[in-house]
Design a protein around this ligand. Structure first.
Ligand code: AMP
Length: 423
């Protein structure tokens, strides 16, 4: 088959009807949970000032260094397609003065995000996320609740073998000292590190802990762990988060190498995976954590916060391997067959009457012969076919055919909705 001249851009996809059911199912569950926990919906623009991301996510991160789609407007502004949702939400929180509202402010979102990545399993250039953010609360109960919300959503979507990895990456009290320790540890072993990690050593040594390269693993395994160097406050906070998770009976694993790819995190970080071959190939379904310093960094207000986001395509890919019932159109009770021009002209109005009465109707306007339309009605499996021919259209009547018994009767057109409601 020849390739069509125009195709969707690399790493970007149409979400056609075969996929929409999965998205709808996810959105329904997310919205129900968001409503139950009283999260307010927020939509932010697809484009933001580039500096919001370079400052918020961090200059040394992969996202800012390699993955942003930027553009310059005719007016000369530098804008970027949003690669993630937290920095825009913090921007909106500050801009709209939400720190004046009763705290915490609980927000949720969903929509498309953009990262210029090498397309591979579970990695797209345009993908969709939903996320939850709680701003204005320092208490570790929030960290646990955020984790619980994502876990419950994935469970409701019938994903199994879920693994929650948690870690604490400290804060401005304890991380600088740990970073020094780590840097000096890796510096003395620099020649054994992969090229990427040698760069990370200068820019962001914590990210070396995240490296998947074989040759870095034995060096990583001996590295000092932040968990042993947390300050009193971070230590207490992490212990509390774990205790809340224990109380919720949420299965988690400590992963001292989990640091996440965005600079704004403090204290708790977490990721959720499905522990299956497909799940491991794709990577994390959910990622998040606490970001107590981000609001101050972007807007000089000291507002602690915590949140996370989930990749919808990755969830859909896993749902596809399972028997999950998706909602399709409700089965219609009625088929409306029309013969001749006058009947066709009246059909649209009749169908609209049925819509108002909340009765599902199928039709096949492209078919003119009665036999073809009855065949179609049979295939759909309706209970009644309404036949509107030239004679009926002129007399203001319609014929009702019971598809099971084959019996037929004439009904006045203005009574047909009422009759069908009873039938
Ligand atoms: P992150 O902001 O990188 O922690 O991403 C949060 C979640 O979004 C991840 O756990 C993935 O499920 C999803 N995600 C991130 N990047 C991509 C991508 N390029 N394609 C598809 N999903 C992604």
């Amino acid at each position: 088959m020849t390739r069509p001249k125009f195709q969707a851009p690399t790493g970007m996809h149409d979400i056609i009807f075969t996929e929409q059911g999965y998205f709808k199912k996810i959105y329904n569950i997310v919205e129900n949970i968001a409503n139950f926990y009283r999260f307010e919906k927020i939509d932010t623009p697809i484009l933001e000032e580039t500096e919001l991301f370079s400052k918020g996510i961090g200059l040394s991160t992969d996202i800012v260094q390699k993955q942003m789609y930027g553009l310059r407007t005719k007016g000369g502004d530098s804008l970027t397609l949003r690669p993630e949702g937290t920095a825009p939400i913090v921007r909106a929180f500050i801009e709209k003065g939400m720190f004046n509202l009763p705290q915490p402010v609980k927000l949720w979102y969903s929509g498309p995000f953009f990262r210029y990545e090498r397309p591979q399993a579970g990695r797209y250039r345009q993908f969709h996320q939903f996320g939850f953010e709680v701003l204005g609360e320092r208490n570790p109960i929030i960290d646990a609740q955020i984790i619980q919300i994502f876990f419950q959503i994935l469970k409701s979507l019938k994903l199994k073998n879920l693994i929650i990895e948690v870690n604490s990456i400290g804060d401005s009290q304890c991380r600088p000292y740990y970073k020094k320790l780590l840097t000096s540890y890796f510096r003395s072993r620099e020649s054994s590190l992969c090229a990427n990690c040698r760069r990370r050593l200068r820019e962001n040594p914590l990210r070396i802990l995240d490296c998947k390269e074989e040759k870095c693993q034995p060096i990583k395994a001996q590295a000092p762990q932040l968990i042993d160097h947390l300050c009193k406050e971070c230590h207490w906070h992490f212990k509390e988060v774990l205790e809340f998770l224990d109380e919720l009976e949420i299965p988690y694993q400590l992963n001292p190498y989990l640091v996440r790819g965005l600079d704004y995190y403090t204290k708790t970080v977490f990721e959720i995976f499905e522990d299956t071959e497909e799940g491991r190939k794709q990577g994390a379904l959910v990622g998040g954590g606490r970001y107590d310093a981000l609001v101050k960094l972007l807007g000089r207000k000291d507002v602690p916060a915590c949140g996370g986001s989930a990749g919808i395509e990755r969830i859909v890919n896993l749902m596809k391997g399972k028997k999950i019932r998706l909602r399709s159109f409700p089965k219609p009770k009625i088929f409306l067959a029309q013969i001749g021009n006058l009947a066709k002209r009246k059909s649209l109005k009749i169908i609209e009457e049925f819509r108002k009465a909340k009765i599902e109707v199928a039709e096949s306007f492209g078919r003119d012969s009665l036999r073809a339309q009855l065949n179609r009605a049979n295939r759909i499996g309706v209970k009644f076919t309404l036949i509107l021919g030239q004679k009926e259209a002129l007399e203001g009547t319609i014929m009702v055919r019971n598809m099971k018994t084959g019996s037929q009767k004439i009904v006045k057109l203005d009574k047909i909705v009422k009759v069908m409601k009873k039938g």
